[in-house]
Design a protein around this ligand. Structure first.
Ligand code: SAH
Length: 353
């Protein structure tokens, strides 16, 4: 039956027509990719993006408001067993001041991201969310604070949070358990995502590309899971090793595979929001531009106060840790215009439902 095996290019056409592939087809496509095939795939991905979103690129202001974390993810620089991490936590007032700066710079989405910090209970987060909404009713609030109970997600949603980012990291339970301590499971992570969806959040999920022990089969399972969840946003970026973690000596993921996966996501879910992530910009100086040229349409510049930037280090050599928010935005504007796109001031809600 060897002669019947579809060529990768046929699989790309099938993906574009059906918006899905079987697990074996995903594996074949990912494992047999070539540079020429990738260029062709990127051109199709750009076409899809332009059909729905034009050449508009949405910006999200990322506020890394705490790097305390109760978890011990093996890949992450702010894991609780890293005694070298300098811990900080922004007060609600400091978060509000980031929002003010961000609003003036044109941001209409604020992303509150942090470790799983026991200090930020619902009693502290909900009033903060309400306060931001009162001051900036035309803005969307995105939370990215890890696993919480259904009731907590519900309460934060009722307080005004619109969106939630929680990468599933890897769908495969065996692979998940090699990246996390036994207290964390793939099943619990996925349950959170279904809870978030059922409450009514616009949900973002995603995975690291090239994480230790990852195979094309794992990536195929990630694609199938994302298809099933049908999220509003998918954030992916290369795994980058951090020297104070158990994965210090593991190889980082590549630009090449990350771009390929981005474009596949664009063809599978043409209306999804796809960020060109900071990790992508970290492994290659033009990573984010190349991500946009592979179908991405969101960038998330850092709005955290400059003093704490250098302490929110999930991985080594992270970019933009020294710049003021305004500098980040103006350099990003230029970069994005240089590839024929433009940054827009809008909430940028997903068209994927
Ligand atoms: N505590 C929140 C936010 C996590 S940080 C949560 O649990 O969702 C956001 C993302 O950074 C993670 O989901 C992970 O995919 C990514 N990340 C963490 N360490 C990384 C590393 N070493 N390289 C690349 N990405 C990493």
């Amino acid at each position: 039956m060897e002669y019947n095996r579809p060529e990768p290019i046929q699989l790309i056409h099938k993906l574009r027509a059906d918006r899905s592939l079987t697990k074996d087809e995903w594996i074949a496509l990912i494992a047999n990719r070539t540079p020429d095939l990738a260029e062709y795939l990127f051109s199709l991905a750009r076409e899809e993006r332009e059909l729905y979103y034009g050449r508009d690129i949405y910006i999200r202001g990322l506020i890394e408001f705490t790097n305390y974390c109760r978890n011990d993810c093996l890949y992450c620089g702010i894991r609780k067993s890293n005694p070298h991490a300098v811990r900080y936590r922004l007060t609600p007032d400091a978060v509000l001041s980031c929002c003010r700066t961000g609003y003036e710079l044109g941001f209409r989405t604020f992303v509150l991201q942090g470790g799983e910090d026991g200090y930020y209970t619902d009693d502290k987060l909900a009033p903060l969310i309400r306060h931001i909404k009162e001051l900036y009713p035309d803005c969307a609030i995105t939370l990215s604070v890890g696993e919480r109970s259904y009731d907590s997600y519900r309460l934060l949603f009722d307080a005004g949070a619109d969106r939630y980012l929680l990468r599933h990291e890897t769908y495969n339970a065996g692979h998940y358990s090699r990246l996390h301590p036994p207290s964390l499971t793939a099943a619990a992570r996925q349950k959170c995502l279904w809870d978030l969806r059922s409450i009514g959040y616009q949900v973002g999920t995603g995975f690291m590309v090239g994480s230790p022990y990852q195979t094309p089969e794992h990536l195929a399972e990630d694609m199938l899971f994302i298809k099933e969840l049908n999220p509003q946003m998918v954030g992916i970026g290369p795994f980058i090793s951090h020297r104070r973690t158990p994965f210090a000596d593991k190889e980082s993921g590549t630009l090449e595979l990350t771009l390929f996966m981005l474009a596949l996501l664009r063809l599978m879910l043409p209306k999804v929001l796809l960020p060109a992530t900071t990790a992508l910009g970290t492994i290659d100086p033009c990573g984010r531009e190349l991500g946009i040229l592979a179908g991405a349409n969101v960038v998330m510049p850092n709005l955290s106060p400059t003093e704490v930037r250098k302490d929110y280090l999930l991985y080594d050599n992270k970019i933009c840790t020294g710049d003021e928010a305004a500098e980040c935005v103006s350099s990003l504007k230029e970069r994005i215009e240089s590839i024929g796109c433009r940054i827009v001031t809008a909430r940028g809600d997903s068209l994927n439902y």
